[in-house]
Design a protein around this ligand. Structure first.
Ligand code: NAD
Length: 268
């Protein structure tokens, strides 16, 4: 049986763990060839590769680019082009650091903007023209509810994610007329998760848990309940399922959106 993404190739950045790995697994289950990327120990990278193969990816290739390095991104995009090019690009790699504006270290500002925002520009500017030539392409930028609303002590993160939502809209407009309903079109969208259960938010959970004598469950309730009316975190695979839908033919006319998966956080 032909799978929905048979014959397609997806590049998912930051897919050695968390949301990126879950998205890559969803796309692999649908039959896409998967280019994965991220930091991690050789064991983590091997485990991610095994999970992607087990999910059904016909081919899996690791790209070791550190996305804070523009030359490394260019090399990765050259290698992806030589591999047939990305029909689907998921810009997911990201980092967080919490501190007030007055105390935010300069190097954290620079690193977060470089990874969460600039790296997405460098991958998109290479991938989109190739997608337009084929008449099919999907760019999915993993922004955040913090691309829609602000919170204290997250200046570089919020700035990077608002920037990413803005750049998503520009790219969507520039490529809106590429392709056709029959070829699938070229769409560019942002997914804006609230709290998702991954390593990225663990330091924030631990900081809250400390308020309750180290009780992690109470820390989670305190953290999530403060902002999300649903009072529950999303799972990485929930984001994977939405990304997969955006890759479907039915999503050919969904472009330039910033979709919250935030339990009502940004509805308030
Ligand atoms: P994570 O820490 O589990 O994963 C981050 C991924 O990015 C990892 O694969 C890591 O190796 C990779 N990465 C980090 N620095 C890199 C670099 N310099 N070069 C290449 N890869 C690098 O985090 P996550 O929670 O899965 O986050 C994924 C994305 O989702 C991020 O963009 C994050 O901002 C966003 N997000 C997460 C949440 C959440 O609650 N977890 C909420 C909203 C948005």
């Amino acid at each position: 049986m032909t799978k929905p993404l048979s014959g397609r190739t997806a590049l998912v950045t930051g897919s050695t763990s968390g949301i990126g790995l879950a998205i890559a697994i969803s796309l692999a289950e649908a039959g896409a060839r998967i280019g994965f990327n991220g930091l991690g120990t050789p064991e983590q990278i091997k485990a991610a590769e095994a999970a992607l193969k087990a999910a059904g990816a016909p081919e899996v290739k690791f790209f070791d680019a550190n996305l804070m390095d523009v030359a490394a991104i260019e090399t990765m995009m050259d290698q992806v082009a030589a591999w047939g090019g990305a029909d689907i690009l998921v810009n997911n790699a990201g980092m967080q650091h919490t501190a007030s504006i007055a105390t935010m270290p300069t190097e954290k500002w620079q690193a977060i903007i470089a990874l969460n925002l600039s790296a997405c520009f460098y991958t998109m500017r290479r991938a989109l023209p190739e997608m337009a030539k084929k008449g099919f392409g999907r760019v999915i930028n993993i922004a955040s509810v913090h691309g829609l609303v602000a919170s204290i002590e997250k200046a570089p993160y919020v700035a990077s994610k608002f920037g990413l939502v803005g750049m998503t809209k520009v790219a969507a407009l520039e490529y809106a007329a590429a392709g056709s309903r029959e070829t699938g079109g070229v769409t560019v969208n942002a997914i804006c998760p609230g709290w998702v259960e991954t390593a990225l938010i663990e330091p924030q959970i631990q900081a809250r848990a400390a308020k309750f004598g180290g009780d992690r469950d109470k820390g989670v309730q305190d953290l999530v309940g403060e902002k999300e009316p649903s009072r529950r975190m999303a799972k990485p695979e929930d984001i994977g399922a939405l990304a997969l839908f955006l890759c479907s033919p039915a999503a050919h006319n969904i472009t330039g959106t910033a979709m919250p998966v935030d339990g009502g956080w940004s509805a308030q």
